[in-house]
Design a protein around this ligand. Structure first.
Ligand code: PLP
Length: 513
């Protein structure tokens, strides 16, 4: 055997399908045990240095030749991955907006990965591009835009979708900027390009404004009510004042499900403000757009048909693996207007039946995961009722959490839940804001460190609050009661320690005087 043949043999071994099959069986068995684990688990937060060491020990030291396949090493890598991950399938996981996914969705990711199907162009991802079209039609029926003229693209995450929508809006209002930049492309009489958002808008909107060169000073802040919703009565005068100050607000970003409290801005009333002023209404529905699938909850997005664009994360409330984001435009021409340049090596000058299905011309990304496949597969196999059922269940569960917490005298619930996010505080004694803030932080950190429940915290009016996001249908009233009692016990322990520390300090003071 010469050197070239030996090298080729090594390579063939790595790509061997029998190896792959055996490893896949092993891995799915491990995943099955993981899914069936009855223990309540939040997060096992390991120190990075410890995890680095553990992970480094799993790396082959072979450098000269391709290492032999070691089943055991693979098993250990998978175990380490599973053990250090967030346990989205456990009832202890209530901390974030990533969902406990339908496991079958992951199988489609496996198929996509093994076959490596990027999806921006029809010729390199035929089924994904067709599936995008089908999913777009299915979901647009719920949005209510003209099926002939709307457009949808997938993006890697809601942040990317928000950026893309703002770019499209900016290019529609200021068509000269793409070629001339802001300095040349905006006539002085037009006013400085500006956007309007509330304090509750997701930080990705601010970042997008930064990327587009809009500048903090051109971000107009819209006031919110006690639930975190934009107040339309107050927004009108703010927009008019901005215009008088020489700002040209080209886009208003509303939230359908704010990140902190899950609040839904009144889209119909906001559309009544933006339409006559020629302002693009972008709805950041990364979290809450999925409520459109539910007959019972779709009314939260009343007025969505009047919007110009919508960010919709399927990896949140449609229970598929991240990332899978759909960005909808009411007007397909505006979608293409986001990216005005031509790259002749990928964009055919003469569109044909194939390139009509390309999404690359409406998209920042070139190579992109065929992220629609898990979603379209679930939708095809189970139908939309799967999503409606789970959404209804999670919203009911969150209302139940609200009732339970409201009945506890030592807890304060901060809002009626509009979806599946709920904020509250442990406050047994009516503490002042600084003490209250410190207490919530300590509780959240200790509860997380205990590893049974994973909850998050948000700052509301500058004071920390505890927050649960219920993404897992396995959570029941018993788990909620357990969580409440764990928070109470933890809070009481923190307060006892605080009192003891105060006494020690007093004592020290006393002995000095
Ligand atoms: C999650 C979220 C985002 C960001 O989306 P990613 O998919 O995490 O990039 C933006 N806006 C809102 C309202 C969100 O909930």
């Amino acid at each position: 055997m010469n050197g070239a043949e030996r090298n080729a043999d090594d390579l063939f071994a790595v790509f061997d399908s029998l190896h792959f099959h055996r490893a896949a069986e092993q891995s799915t068995l491990r995943l099955r045990r993981y899914l069936d684990d009855p223990e309540i688990k939040g997060l096992d937060l390991m120190e990075p240095a410890v995890l680095l060491k553990a992970a480094r020990e799993l790396m082959t030291t072979e450098r000269e030749r391709i290492a032999d396949f070691d089943e055991d090493r693979l098993a250990q890598i998978i175990d380490l991955y599973l053990n250090t991950g967030i346990h989205v399938h456990s009832p202890g996981y209530m901390g974030r907006q990533f969902s406990g996914v339908v496991p079958l969705a992951g199988l489609m990711d496996l198929v996509s990965s093994v076959t490596n199907q990027p999806s921006s162009f029809y010729e390199a991802g035929q089924l994904p591009n067709v599936a995008e079209r089908l999913m777009a039609d299915e979901l647009n029926r719920l949005i209510g835009w003209d099926p002939e003229t709307f457009a949808m693209v997938t993006t890697s995450g809601g942040s990317m979708a928000n950026l893309t929508a703002l770019l499209a809006a900016r290019n529609r209002a200021f068509p000269g900027v793409w070629a001339g930049g802001v300095a040349e492309g905006v006539a002085e009489a037009e006013g400085r390009p500006a956007i309007a958002i509330s304090e509750e808008a997701h930080y990705s909107v601010n970042r997008a404004a930064g990327v587009l060169g809009i500048g903090e000073q051109q971000i107009v802040r819209l006031p919110v009510d006690g639930h975190g919703r934009i107040r339309p009565d107050a927004a009108g005068p703010v927009l008019d004042a901005a215009a008088r100050a020489g700002l040209r607000v080209f886009c208003l970003v509303a939230s359908a499900g704010t990140t902190s409290m899950g609040a839904f801005d009144p889209l119909d009333e906001l559309a009544a403000l933006t339409r006559p002023r020629g302002i693009w209404l972008h709805v950041d529905g990364a979290h809450g757009a999925s409520l459109l699938v539910s007959e019972r909850h779709r009314d939260r997005l009343r007025g969505i048909a009047e919007a110009d664009s919508l960010t919709w994360d399927a990896h949140k409330m449609l229970f598929v693996p991240a990332p899978c984001t759909l960005l909808f435009y009411r007007d397909g021409d505006a979608a293409r207007g986001a990216f005005r340049q031509h790259a002749s090596y990928v964009f055919d000058e003469e569109p044909d039946v194939y390139s009509a299905f390309d999404s690359g011309d409406k998209n920042l990304e070139c190579t992109k995961r065929p992220m629609i496949m898990p979603l379209w597969t679930l939708w095809s196999v189970y139908g939309p009722a799967l999503f409606a059922r789970k959404i209804d269940h999670l919203c009911d569960l969150t209302r139940q959490a609200h009732r339970l917490l409201a009945a506890e005298p030592d807890f304060t619930v901060l809002h009626e839940p509009e979806a599946n996010i709920l904020c509250f505080r442990y406050d047994p004694e009516g503490f002042d804001p600084a003490e209250l803030h410190a207490l919530q932080l300590q509780i959240r950190n200790r509860v997380r460190a205990d590893g049974r429940f994973f909850i998050s915290k948000v700052d509301l009016d500058g004071v920390a609050a505890l927050r649960v996001v219920l993404m897992n249908h396995r959570i029941d009233a018993g788990h909620l009661a357990l969580l409440i009692s764990e928070i109470r016990t933890t809070g009481q322990r923190v307060l006892r320690e605080r009192a003891r520390a105060d006494r020690t300090a007093d004592h020290a003071d006393g002995s000095r005087s």
